[in-house]
Design a protein around this ligand. Structure first.
Ligand code: ASP
Ligand code: MG
Length: 455
């Protein structure tokens, strides 16, 4: 039994969804599908919250737009009109509920994280019902199961939840096994679960990949397939390096590192549950289903080159904190990280020296972090400096720390591109080396690295 995740990019319109439905009809019996929302719907749902906060009159058009969007998809997917009509009727209660939530937000002028998660979950709820019903109308034995009903249990953290694997497995294993014993295809919405108190909590944007890994681990799936609109992990971003190549095999560590820096192929935490359960992750291109894609396992082959990919993110900024004796005093780091944790700032990475601490943060978190730390009394540091306009580059390959000359080769390539390195982090991962460059130097850096390691 496989768990197959279908991404929003493959469901971006009726035509794309039709290709997927054809593929599922051929290959889907006996498999579990974890679905994203149809492309663009989660954004629409979240945008609807802002609309409701600003202007009550915007709610009806928002609901109307969402309804029409889904109706078009249904019309594209279902040939038989009575089936389509029935399905549209079935979905009405979803849209009605959403409308009520929006009016509640408008009336109270308050959109809590709790409310945002409830609303955001509707894209996946709706896509799972639609795809399941469409297959049923084609004569397939198909069923859907809501994650809150099935019992995907989370730690309750809104918009960034983590699954409680023990409880989730206890709930999912017997339930899903018994459904699958009847040889059906099963559709489960991705992206959310419920806390132990029953609160709907999402796994963060792009979290359906993680949902799929959670389900795969909970039911001991033989493999987790991620169906996407791309080939798989590449040696670089094709937007920068048009002749970059597919990476056929990766370790969990390599995939995790690449997911953190930009590659955009997988939600960053997808690897965790799969690795723990020893389940391989196969990335497949739905527009080219016979292509091999990328396979992630713990025994993925390393290559002579060691380095498998050059990746980057521009969603990065640095907060430099100057303090004397950082390396000799205890408690400074924890004071800083505790302060930021209270403000729900995610620290992407920390680099320290005797005279300072550099925090790597998402761009949107820079000012907020600066202001929060300014309030700390007594101040445990001398001064702070905000650094923006930078990009984080990484070269990824398991064992790079063990192979002589890789760092030298990397930094020679950067220097040949006449680029100055702003900061380096090396040695904390067995599979990645990170450094910062000015954003304007990014293209030269990536080009030079890619030709050094792959030409
Ligand atoms: N629909 C959600 C999002 O757009 C989750 C996902 O697609 O994975 O973020
Ligand atoms: Mg996604």
């Amino acid at each position: 039994m496989k768990v197959i995740k279908i991404g929003g990019g493959c469901l971006k319109n009726g035509k794309a969804a039709r290709a997927i439905v054809d593929l599922i009809a051929q290959k889907g019996l006996g498999q579990i599908f974890v679905l994203s929302a149809f492309g663009g719907i989660t954004d629409m749902l979240i945008h609807g919250i802002d609309t409701a906060l600003q202007n009550e009159a915007g709610i009806v058009p928002t609901i109307e737009e969402m309804t029409q969007h889904h109706h078009h998809i249904i019309d594209e997917l279902m040939d038989v009109t009575p089936h389509a009509g029935q399905l549209k009727e079935e979905l009405e209660s979803f849209f009605l509920t959403l409308e009520r939530y929006y009016y509640g937000i408008s009336f109270t002028r308050e959109a809590t994280p709790r409310m945002k998660d409830i609303i955001a979950s509707y894209g996946e709820r709706i896509s799972a019902v639609i795809i399941s019903r469409v297959l049923e109308s084609r004569g397939c034995r198909s069923e859907f199961l809501m994650p809150d009903v099935a019992g995907i249990i989370t730690d309750g953290k809104y918009m960034d939840a983590t699954a409680d694997m023990t409880r989730t497995r206890d709930n999912l294993y017997p339930l899903i096994r018994s459904i699958m014993d009847e040889r059906k295809m099963l559709f489960i919405p991705g992206f959310f679960g419920k806390s132990r108190d029953g609160e709907i909590t999402t796994f963060g944007r792009g979290g359906s990949d993680y949902s799929a890994a959670v389900v795969a681990a909970a039911v001991d799936a033989e493999v987790l397939e991620i169906w996407k609109d791309t080939e798989g992990f590449m040696t670089a971003d094709p937007d920068n390096i048009p002749d970059c190549r597919l990476i056929p095999e990766l370790t969990y560590e390599e995939a995790a590192e690449l997911s953190y820096t930009g590659a955009g192929i997988l939600h960053a935490r997808t690897v965790e549950p799969a690795r723990k359960a020893g389940i391989g992750i196969s990335i497949r291109n739905t527009f080219n289903p016979e292509a091999p894609g990328s396979m992630i396992t713990d025994h993925a082959r390393t290559t002579d080159r060691v380095i498998k990919s050059v990746s980057y993110t521009t969603d990065i900024s640095v907060l430099k904190i100057f303090a004397s004796g950082v390396g000799a005093r205890y408690g400074i780091l924890s004071q800083i990280t505790d302060t930021l944790a209270r403000d729900a700032v995610n620290i992407k990475s920390v680099v320290t020296s005797q005279t300072g601490i550099s925090l790597l943060l998402a761009r949107d978190d820079l000012d907020r972090s600066f202001n929060a730390l300014k309030q700390v009394k007594p101040r445990p540091f001398r001064k702070m400096q905000k650094v923006s306009g930078v990009a984080l580059v990484s070269i990824v390959g398991e064992g790079l720390h063990r192979n002589r000359g890789i760092a030298a080769k990397c930094f020679t390539a950067v220097s040949q591109a006449k680029v100055n390195i702003e900061m380096i982090s090396f040695g904390t991962s067995n599979a990645a080396l990170y450094f910062l460059v000015k954003e304007r130097d990014l293209d030269q850096t990536i080009n030079s690295l890619h030709s050094t390691f792959f030409d």
